[in-house]
Design a protein around this ligand. Structure first.
Ligand code: ATP
Ligand code: MG
Length: 421
């Protein structure tokens, strides 16, 4: 949970771990202690369980046996037990008589007993967890029941949205994607969700015949082969799902279609950057809050401050198990404009400003007109550095410095390992 005070929370780098959202499953948990019940409650309220139907109740394995004597079993049953192994096993045996074939059982116990663990796995229990538990431990375990081991290296979804229209959100989304692909060496896909007006194609000097529209308006055709054809390559490591930017239809995206697209992308690329338009419809809200990282772009002025505060507060209250939305100030230092400074933003929002990107009409205008990224126009300026720094915080990755790696590095690493053992 975030502190109540308005002391800005420092911008921690993103964690390396990504937990995939669960599919549309049903789950019932039968707990025996208030602590585990509380953890289960926070787990089922998490964004990654949005599609699941879950119920948490007390009574432990005995209550589960009773409940499913005549009722069908859900996809997952979670049982907390405080009793001895023999009692647990007898409850599991009773339960197995009424369990449907596809039901998975997860047991939460209070003893670290390898023999019991092996016994439970042999009897078909999917996982044995030991209390006390963190919410993320529960989510990870449940999520892994539905993600094939080979697909566990999941892509991170980063949503970038402006606190106001025209603040430079798309420019920042494209430039940080470029920095992630180029400087941090992670394959990245940009998804331009501004279907009617998106600028990713222009900014990368690409005019592909197909892109995001084919993916979200005909979801029944979407598979990895089609997705591959819809992506336009910007560089070795960077691809784009471009917006058609035509007005031949109005845009109402089906949430399920978008989710299917993101699921496919998550399974095949390490990093997915969403250029989210400055709108507030159901799909925008759901996509923003369902992402692994949220980046809000604001200008240093009042309307941006108010809207950014609302977005940060919403992210904080609705995503208690995630890092809070991050904030970038853009177009800082515009001549003659009175500005609200980064400290005041931080104080009002309760989060540190991750980065301030300077206003530079010449540089940004040249890049936009040429269809180039900022670092391609000016490799070692403040703006290019800012984009690498933002990229690194959002991905939890350091800059890939292979070319500048010291010759001594492997030897130093070996010495460190030796010292540690
Ligand atoms: N730091 C900056 N200095 C000067 N110009 C900038 C800067 N950042 C962005 N711009 C310019 O501001 C304009 C708007 O940028 P962009 O389209 O990225 O904003 P947006 O927030 O995505 O807008 P929209 O709400 O239309 O999606 C562009 O012309 C871009 O080149
Ligand atoms: Mg935009």
């Amino acid at each position: 949970m975030q502190p109540e005070t308005n002391e800005p929370a420092a911008a921690e780098p993103a964690s390396e771990e990504i937990i995939a959202p669960l599919p549309r499953i049903t789950l019932q948990a039968f707990c025996e202690t208030p602590a585990v019940a509380a953890t289960m409650q926070t787990a089922v309220a998490d964004r990654r369980m949005d599609k699941a139907h879950a119920r948490v109740q007390m009574g432990g394995p005995a209550a589960a046996v009773e409940a499913f004597r005549s009722a069908p079993t859900p996809n997952i049953i979670v049982l907390e037990t405080v009793s001895d192994p023999a009692t647990l096993i007898s409850h599991l045996e009773a339960l197995s008589e009424s369990c449907d074939a596809g039901t998975k059982v997860v047991v939460i116990g209070h003893v670290n007993d390898v023999q019991l663990y092996r016994d439970l796995i042999r009897r078909g229990v999917s996982e044995y967890l030991i209390a006390p538990l963190e919410t993320l431990d529960v989510l990870r375990t449940l999520s892994e029941l539905y993600v094939a081991p080979e697909a566990r290296n999941l892509g991170r979804v980063i949503a970038v949205m402006g606190a106001k229209g025209g603040v430079g959100a798309s420019t920042i989304a494209h430039n940080i994607s470029w920095a992630i692909a180029r400087n941090l060496d992670a394959s990245t896909v940009i998804v331009d969700l501004d279907i009617a007006y998106g600028t990713a194609g222009l900014n990368f000097n690409q005019d592909p015949p197909q892109g995001i529209a084919e993916a979200v308006f005909a979801p029944e055709r979407l598979d990895s082969a089609l997705l591959d054809r819809l992506l336009s390559r910007c560089s070795d490591n960077l691809a784009l799902l471009a917006a058609p930017a035509v007005l031949d239809r109005t845009i109402d995206i089906e949430e399920d279609a978008l989710e299917q697209l993101l699921e496919l992308l998550r399974a095949s690329v390490p990093c997915i950057v969403l250029d989210v338009p400055h709108q507030w419809s159901h799909w925008v809200k759901r996509t923003l809050l369902g992402s692994d990282e949220i980046l809000i772009v604001a200008e240093p002025e009042l309307a941006s401050l108010r809207n950014a505060k609302n977005l940060v507060d919403l992210s904080r209250s609705s995503r208690p198990n995630d890092s809070v939305a991050r904030l970038v100030l853009n177009k800082v230092g515009m001549p003659k404009r009175p500005e609200i400074n980064a400290n005041e933003f931080a104080k009002a929002l309760g989060v540190e400003v991750l980065c301030s990107v300077p206003f530079d009409a010449q540089l940004f205008g040249t890049a936009a007109n040429n269809g180039q990224m900022i670092a391609e126009v000016q490799a070692s300026g403040k703006a290019a550095e800012a984009f690498t720094q933002i990229a690194s915080t959002l991905t939890g990755r350091g800059e890939a410095k292979r070319s500048r790696r010291s010759l001594l590095e492997p030897i130093v690493a070996k010495l460190k390992r030796r010292k540690a053992s």
